[in-house]
Design a binder for this molecule. Sequence first.
Ligand code: VG1
Ligand code: CO
Length: 562
Amino acid sequence: MGNKITAVKTRPYADQKPGTSGLRKRVTVFQQNQHYAENFIQSIISVIEPAERQAATLVVGGDGRFFMKEAIQLIVQIAAANGVNHLVIGQNGIMSTPAVSCVIRKMKAVGGIILTASHNPGGPNGDFGIKYNISSGGPAPEGLTNKIFEISKNLQEFHICPELKVDISKIGKQTFEVDSFKPLIVEIVDSVEAYAEMLRGIFDFAALKELLSGANHINVRLDAMHGVVGPYVKKIVCEELGSPADSAVNCVPQEDFGGHHPDPNLTYAADLVNAMKGGKYDFGAAFDGDGDRNMVLGKHGFFVNPSDSVAAIAANITSIPYFQKTGVKGLARSMPTSGALDNVAKALQMQLYETPTGWKFFGNLMDAGKLSLCGEESFGTGSDHIREKDGLWAVLAWLSILATRKQSVEEIMKDHWQKFGRNFFTRYDYEEVDSDAANKMIKDLETTMFEPSFIGKKLTSGDKSYEVAVADNFAYTDPVDGSVSKNQGLRIIFSDGSRIIFRLSGTGSAGATIRLYIDSYEKDPKKIYQDPQVMLAPLVDIALKVSELQEKTGRTGPTVIT
Ligand code: VG1
Ligand code: CO
């Protein structure tokens, strides 16, 4: 007899709106509200046409955080009861976000469910998240996440096979009879293999092996921050490319990321920064919880700003064999990301796209053959090899450049600035601000910015003065499908091209996070080595004054500065 399908009555929740990247809430929200996870999983599966489900493959994986295993069992039970035919799950549930994207494409799946809250902390008091990706391997576009949200707001019941239990530790296929449907096939796969195979086709592994373990090898330090990327780093960089075992640290995924924020920036990856300062390592990198973000450091902790990182990869793109084969179809960055990539696009005569924050906006451009390489200031870098940003890919991209140019990270960046000029960039994050205060601040600022007299106005700090050229709330029309995304961030652009940007985060789980971004271009070779914080201080001061951020939120300083 097959597994029995039960229809369970439920009440809809009003707050299951996916943000920049999936639904993220405190673990306690998932645990304490009855059927909270079940409702959202049912809402996701409901967007797959019933007729399609009996031939459909869904990929499931996560970053190993607390509550992931429970969520995977629920996904299996709910997918079975909704007639999904085939599930592909990473062993023990482990699969990085880029690897899920890779496996969706490889298996020609209808989509995938990723259990992660990415860079947010985990554990019983941390965050959990559920994200849906489509058949291209990319995050569901806004039209689809809105549909999921609409379904969730009206959900009256979900279908589940409560008796069905799957062993996710054993690689191989398990088949389950399900009442009134074809048997469900659950396939547990190695977490790393398909992804490793893909990277072998993108990079020159022989050259990377020489760089990491040959006679004149460099020393690297890779910090997985107890996130999902650990097994990938171990297998690919240590075992296959020969980097010593101790060059990779914190490589065992932990449910609470060892109590830290798995967020690769100068604040939360301070251990790596300190380890690099000693000068023992030539190259360092850290990753976030789900392995899609990366931070790159050179010797002595030389910091590569993510906006510069994608620009440098673009300028050295021929170091990567993949692009020699595919050519470079176009470049893209999210709006708050600095204009460093624009300078490379201009010099190399490549098309450049400016999209709203969030990787989902790059997918259409890639599918349409318009985009090869893209990045975000938030430590996201990637290409059209998959449809997610890819932390380890970015590291191998940088190592490919080092192998080709035989120079240090610092030399490569300084040379880049000499050639293209430098975009000084900084981001201030104010985390867990009172939501009402944050919303009011943004609203008031928008009102100020939209006064006709604001354009042409001179804003000053000390002896520095900037004239407002453009003031708007960024809106984006997708060049491929024409869809419009409004309210993507307040921009004040000055006559010299410098920009101040304010937006509210869409990935936080408590209160509001205000992000302030500053971007200012300098082409005078004598001025490009200044400290960005010193260089940008007047613009920061102007931003704080014009927004009255401190007065309106009561916050005297940011939580994180990048
Ligand atoms: C942040 C970043 C954004 C990134 C998103 C998901 O969003 O700013 O660039 O795409 O996180 O990254 P927000 O809305 O909080 O600014 V991940 O690695 O957390 O999935
Ligand atoms: Co992430």
